[in-house]
Write a protein that binds this ligand. Structure first.
Ligand code: PAF
Length: 291
């Protein structure tokens, strides 16, 4: 496995790897957990070689967010990736990704508005900008993202369609179902911020979401089910709920009733020092990918 932090050697390495067949990219910010390794394993099914990028992208963190605290553990991450058979780790420094004079921003409207886009202004511009750059740098045939960040996946696909990307093509941006801990909590690098007590309490999030989904699917009024979900989270130890919304799975349009739409329940809530996000399908039998 090669670990590269400069553009010229990256291009040489990518050209050589592509001689063997398709190249898949798994973009990450490091602090890898089983969720990331699942992305790597899924990517390996689609490609001759898997590249993983590790870059903690300051442009997607707002003022007062956890940029400085975000766990950085490159050596451990590289050891894990080597044992997964990854061919290339792309780990550029800040000066390589955003050299002096850097001035370009990618902004995707529509799907990036509301939800995390409402609570974290500029976040999805930062994500779209860095993912666009990663795609230009690595030029993968496919790219793999966790469905835990459902809105992020929608933003990246929209960008790839709108800008006519070919490496990867929008259809080759693959969402991989969320990997969960034994108690149902979605895996996240930010779970590391939870105290032992809050970690136990946090498991109420997926449970309360499933209960809300059952009520909605049984015909319950959406607004009432969402409000009950918020109350359960606060009663269960969450400090606050940033949002709990039912959206149409692909367009992310708000749904006040389920009718025949493919719904997605999308939630962000705060507990201790962590802001946790999660999402689940509503009203259809487990269709995993947004289109
Ligand atoms: O999901 C993440 O880890 C990040 O948002 C990503 C896609 C690597 C961009 O920095």
């Amino acid at each position: 496995m090669q670990t590269i932090d400069r553009l010229d050697p990256l291009r040489r390495s990518v050209d050589a790897l592509r001689q063997d067949g398709p190249l898949a990219l798994v973009p990450t910010m490091g602090a890898l957990h089983d969720g990331h390794l699942t992305l790597v394993r899924e990517a390996a099914k689609h490609a001759a070689h898997v590249a993983v990028s590790i870059f903690v992208n300051p442009r997607q963190f707002g003022a007062g967010e956890d940029l400085d605290a975000y766990p950085r553990q490159l050596k451990r991450d590289c050891d894990l990736l080597a044992s997964e058979g990854v061919s290339l780790v792309w780990a550029p420094g800040l000066e390589v990704m955003y050299p002096a004079g850097y001035a370009t921003n990618i902004s995707v409207s529509g799907v990036s508005e509301g939800l995390c886009g409402g609570d974290r202004p500029g976040h999805f511009d930062g994500v779209a900008t860095v993912v666009c750059k990663l795609f230009q740098q690595v030029r993968p045939d496919s790219a793999f993202f966790g469905e835990k960040d459902w809105q992020q996946l929608a933003v990246i696909r929209r960008m790839a369609r709108d800008l006519d990307f070919t490496h990867p093509h929008a259809e080759q941006i693959i969402g991989v179902p969320t990997v969960r801990e034994a108690d149902g909590l979605a895996m996240s690098s930010r779970n590391a911020y939870l105290s032992a007590e809050d970690r136990l309490r946090a498991a109420i999030l997926p449970r309360a979401m499933r209960e809300a989904i059952s009520r909605i699917e049984a015909g319950g009024e959406v607004a009432a089910c969402l409000s009950q979900l918020e109350q359960s989270l606060v009663a269960g130890g969450f400090a606050s709920v940033d949002y709990a919304e039912l959206r149409e799975a692909s367009s992310l349009a708000s749904l006040e009733a389920l009718r025949s739409a493919r719904g997605r329940l999308i939630v962000a809530a705060r507990i201790g020092h962590a802001r946790l996000i999660d999402n689940m399908p509503v009203g259809h039998d487990g269709v995993a990918n947004i289109t």
